[in-house]
Ligand binder design. Structure first.
Ligand SMILES: [Cu+2]
Length: 49
């Protein structure tokens, strides 16, 4: 279990998680220049499956 992952350039990483903590979750790059230029998104879900 981890909360960070190294993603190579032009690559994708599948993510699986237990949806047991509803709300809004931020995904972002830890390179601050990348994050400032938009490498950031949100995952939001309600309830518990
Ligand atoms: Cu980045």
């Amino acid at each position: 279990m981890r909360d960070t992952v190294l993603v190579p350039a032009r690559a994708a990483v599948p993510v699986a998680f237990d949806g047991d903590n509803p709300g809004r979750w931020l995904f972002h790059c830890h390179n601050l220049f990348h994050m400032a230029t938009g490498m950031m998104t949100e995952l939001a879900y309600d309830g518990i499956a």
